[in-house]
Structures are given as structure tokens and as C-alpha cells.
Design a protein around this ligand. Structure first.
Ligand SMILES: NC(=O)c1ccc[n+]([C@@H]2O[C@H](COP(=O)([O-])OP(=O)(O)OC[C@H]3O[C@@H](n4cnc5c(N)ncnc54)[C@H](OP(=O)(O)O)[C@@H]3O)[C@@H](O)[C@H]2O)c1
Length: 260
């Protein structure tokens, strides 16, 4: 079991909370209220993107929450069709969020016509100018991680990819670990069968819900997880995964769901 709530990013040494709040489709008044509820519940890591069209709501919720900016880890992402316009896109994100710098900026997807190494060079330059504290990627294959490492000598701090018990792969975990890249999973629930008997049995044994078991399973593996909800009760419950732990056997049973 791991009691750590953060993971350290290379090379910055920045601490990233393992559990964050996903904000895809969290927009408008309802979205703003959900982000306020998340900050109120205690989330200190928010995941947004230029493409989500909600950086304004995220920024306003942060300011209105009264939580200090430096206590919140903010991730945003560059849409691949903005390759070549990295600086303008990041400064637009900072303006919308109302912050001087984000904590983590990701290439949302590798550009379809290649060129991910050129985008990565721009990311490094803008990080060096202080507009983001850390840089990473999303939806990159291990081969694409190796392309950018070979080109610049610097590995992305994070790769944000689809992840759930049904996607679990020990080799993918090892490949990221070997390169010093933190694995961040997305869509933990959409990619899970929360009624599966492996999850419901473990949940009953611990007196928690299958959704909480899925989130705690990420934490046990040291994998960052960013559940989304616009429902107040779920927002709170999804953060409440630090008062119980899964046994090694529980984790192995859940890992095995990917083999079915
Ligand atoms: N990098 C990428 O390409 C990429 C792609 C997809 C997602 N993401 C990021 O990952 C975040 C999470 O992924 P996601 O939004 O796709 O999906 P998700 O977090 O797996 O699932 C969200 C869905 O699960 C429901 N839900 C939330 N808590 C629940 C609970 N305790 N029990 C049962 N159902 C629950 C939500 O409903 P309600 O909201 O109605 O409560 C919503 O329908 C996104 O918000 C985004 O920040 C990144």
C-alpha cells in the first residue's frame, strides 16, 4: 500500500497530487459550480485543456474559492492543431485561467502529421521562460516518447493516457517508469464496468463503492487519476479514497481484469 498523495515530477521536482479533478464537459454555470464544489471538497489538482473551452470557469472558480493559487496544481493542454502557435496558445490559456504560469502543460495528442518533436522543443522553450512549471504529453505511444527523448534528451514529465483496470498493462507501467515518465490515467470510470463482481466484492469488503475501489487501485500503483463529476455527492466521494487501502491480493485481482 502507498500512503503517498503526490508524485514527484522530473526534472522539476514539482509535487503532483495523485488524485485530481477532471473537467472535460464541465462547462458553464454548472461546470463552475462543480469546480467550486471540488475545491471546497479538498481537490488541489485540476485538469483542463484549451479544447475543453472551460479555462475561464476553472480560473474563476479558483479565484472565488479563496484557495491560494500556489496550493493548486493546474494542468492544461495544447490541441495538436495549434502546433506552430504554442506561445500564443499558452498565453491565451494563462489569460483565461488568470494565472502567470500553469503547473503542467501537455501536448493533448501527437500531431497527426508528425512533428511532435518540434512541438516538444517549443514546450521546453516556454517552460524555460517560466510560463509552465512542468511539461508533458498525452496519448503518446512509448515509441513517440522515445522520439522526443532522442531529440532533446529530456523525457516528458507525464504521459496522460486512457487507463482503468481493463487497460492495465504491467509492461506499459514499466516502460513509463524506466523513462522517468509519470503515468497519468484518464476516463477511469467510462472505461470500467463498475458492476463487475470483482469490483463489487472488493468494495463490499471495504465498505466503499466500486468507483472508490477503481480510484484507490490507481493510487496503490502510484498512477495519477483525474475523475470527473458534476454531482456534488460523487465529487466528494471520489476524493475520499485515502481512509482505506487495498491489499496486494485485491490489487492483483483488479489487475487481472485486463486479461479477460
Ligand atoms: N488527455 C485526453 O485525451 C483526455 C481524454 C478524456 C478525458 N481526459 C481527462 O480525464 C478526465 C476524466 O475522464 P472522463 O471525464 O472522460 O471520464 P470519467 O471520469 O471516467 O467518468 C465521468 C463519468 O462518470 C460519472 N461518475 C463520476 N463519479 C462517479 C461515481 N462515483 N460513480 C459512478 N459514476 C461516476 C460522471 O457522471 P456525473 O458527472 O454526472 O456525476 C461521468 O458520467 C476528464 O474530465 C479530462 O480531464 C483527458
Amino acid at each position: 500500500m502507498s500512503d503517498d498523495r503526490t508524485v514527484t515530477l522530473a526534472p522539476s521536482g514539482l509535487e503532483m497530487p495523485l488524485l485530481g479533478f477532471g473537467t472535460w464537459q464541465v462547462t458553464g454555470r454548472k461546470g463552475y459550480e462543480a469546480i467550486r464544489a471540488a475545491l471546497e471538497a479538498g481537490y488541489r489538482h485540476l485538469d483542463t485543456a484549451t479544447m475543453y473551452g472551460n479555462e475561464g470557469e476553472v480560473g474563476r472558480a479558483i479565484r472565488d474559492s479563496g484557495v491560494a493559487r500556489e496550493d493548486i496544481f493546474i494542468t492544461t493542454k495544447l490541441p495538436p492543431d495549434r502546433a506552430g502557435r504554442e506561445h500564443a496558445t499558452l498565453t491565451a490559456s494563462l489569460r483565461a485561467l488568470g494565472v502567470d504560469a500553469v503547473d503542467l502543460w501537455l501536448i493533448h495528442w501527437p500531431p497527426s502529421r508528425g512533428g511532435h518533436t518540434a512541438v516538444w522543443r517549443e514546450f521546453r522553450a516556454l517552460r524555460d521562460r517560466g510560463l509552465t512549471r512542468a511539461i508533458g504529453v498525452s496519448n503518446f505511444s512509448v515509441a513517440q516518447l522515445d522520439d522526443v527523448i532522442a531529440d532533446t534528451g529530456e523525457a516528458p514529465a507525464v504521459n496522460q493516457i486512457p487507463w482503468s483496470p481493463w487497460e492495465y498493462s504491467a509492461s506499459t507501467v514499466d516502460e513509463h517508469h524506466a523513462r522517468g515518465v509519470v503515468l497519468e490515467g484518464y476516463s477511469p470510470f467510462k472505461r470500467s464496468d463498475l458492476r463487475h463482481n470483482v469490483l463489487t466484492t472488493i468494495a463490499t469488503a471495504h465498505g466503499v463503492t466500486p468507483a472508490q475501489v477503481v480510484l484507490r487501485w490507481h493510487i496503490e500503483h502510484g498512477i495519477v487519476v483525474i475523475p470527473k463529476s458534476v454531482t456534488a455527492e460523487r465529487i466528494r466521494a471520489n476524493l475520499d479514497v485515502f481512509s482505506f487501502a487495498l491489499s496486494k491480493e485485491d490489487v492483483a485481482h483488479i489487475d487481472n481484469l485486463s486479461a479477460r
